[in-house]
Design a protein around this ligand. Structure first.
Ligand code: SF4
Ligand code: SF4
Ligand code: FES
Length: 318
């Protein structure tokens, strides 16, 4: 089929702001967008710059914005990408480029990746035989290890859009691999590190990362697993742990959230400074007519027994 490939050109050195350049391409609709780009590079314009290595969806190198959607060029066919015979190819939005589709991967991918220390550390002596890891754990870790670092999850992340310093679902998925590997024994230090500023607690639960992952790794659930582990291990920021526990306790006992109790317990019952910090907000809320009553004064909702049973069932499976 005959298509027009609109390829985004950008060269910071020449002061240009960047614009689309059009290339006519004759190619089969079952070929990939990466094939079309290679064809242009070989036959028409050797100056276009883009990434791509394995051509089979394994290396995660060819992520681009193709016809307004973030995808991997080697896993997207021309037929699927074209719209009335035109395919636009431009950089993803959250990573800065150095030329055309060449990304600054150090800042936006590798530095964050390194920050989660994605390797196994153990102070155990070498065992006489091999380390035995259960099949169930290996299956789970292998799924995570199939991450190609395509950064589509980071690109789709709602938090990343407003805060690019957020460590992001890609690096957190890599962190999961180390934290949940039974051979590693730096769990507490790792969870503490992940709880620092711009860390795992900045995820806003939107599930976009899982929606965007082409490998079905479910990065959002991996982040939740890390956070649950931090809560259980008493690692990381105390107010965050208190907040989670208080939220769950009040919903379990009353069938709905006890907001006043949440505010009190998040700061910690004995944390006088923390409690005083909340007074201006409480006064403001009171003036606006918001007067939630805590603990035994908080109304119990009809149907709370059913909610309690859900909690109990979940706790049994934990
Ligand atoms: S669930 Fe969290 S990490 Fe995933 S996209 Fe949303 S904010 Fe980002
Ligand atoms: S978790 Fe999925 S979307 Fe994110 S980098 Fe890995 S493979 Fe890509
Ligand atoms: S070239 Fe390797 S994933 Fe596309």
């Amino acid at each position: 089929m005959e298509i027009t490939l609109k390829f985004y050109r950008f060269s910071p050195g020449n002061g240009s702001k960047g614009d689309f350049q059009e290339y006519p391409v004759e190619i089969d609709e079952s070929a990939t967008v990466l094939d079309a780009l290679m064809q242009v590079k070989e036959d028409q314009d050797s100056t276009i710059a883009f990434r791509g290595s394995c051509r089979t969806g394994f290396c995660g190198d060819c992520t681009m914005r193709i016809s307004r959607r973030n995808r991997m060029a080697c896993s997207t066919t021309v037929g699927a990408a074209q719209n009335e015979g035109t395919i636009t190819v431009e950089p993803v939005r959250l990573i800065t480029t150095t030329k055309d589709m060449m990304y600054d991967l150090d800042t936006w991918v590798y530095d964050k990746y390194k920050a989660v220390e994605p390797w196994i550390e153990t102070d155990q002596k070498s065992p006489d035989k091999e380390h035995v890891v259960s099949n169930k754990v290996v299956q789970d870790l292998r799924k995570v290890m199939s991450c190609t670092m395509c950064w589509l999850c980071d690109e789709g992340c709602s938090t990343m859009v407003v805060d690019r310093k957020f460590v992001g679902p890609l690096a957190l998925t890599k962190a999961y691999r180390s934290v949940f590997d039974p051979r590693d024994n730096r769990t507490e230090a790792r969870l503490k590190n992940l709880s620092e500023k711009n860390g795992m607690w900045d995820c806003c639960h939107c599930y976009e990362a899982s929606e965007h992952c082409p490998k079905g790794i479910d990065p959002t659930e991996r982040i939740f697993a890390l956070r649950n582990k931090a809560i259980k291990a008493n690692a990381g920021i105390p107010t965050v742990r208190n907040h989670y526990r208080s939220f769950a306790k009040s919903v379990k006992s009353h069938g709905w959230l006890d907001e006043a109790r949440l505010a009190i317990e998040t700061e910690g019952l004995t944390n006088i400074k923390g409690q005083l910090k909340q007074v201006p907000l409480a006064i403001k809320a009171f003036r606006k007519g918001k007067r939630p009553l805590p603990y035994f004064l908080h109304e119990k909702r009809e149907g709370r027994d059913r909610i309690k049973r859900i909690f109990e069932k979940w706790e049994e499976n934990e």
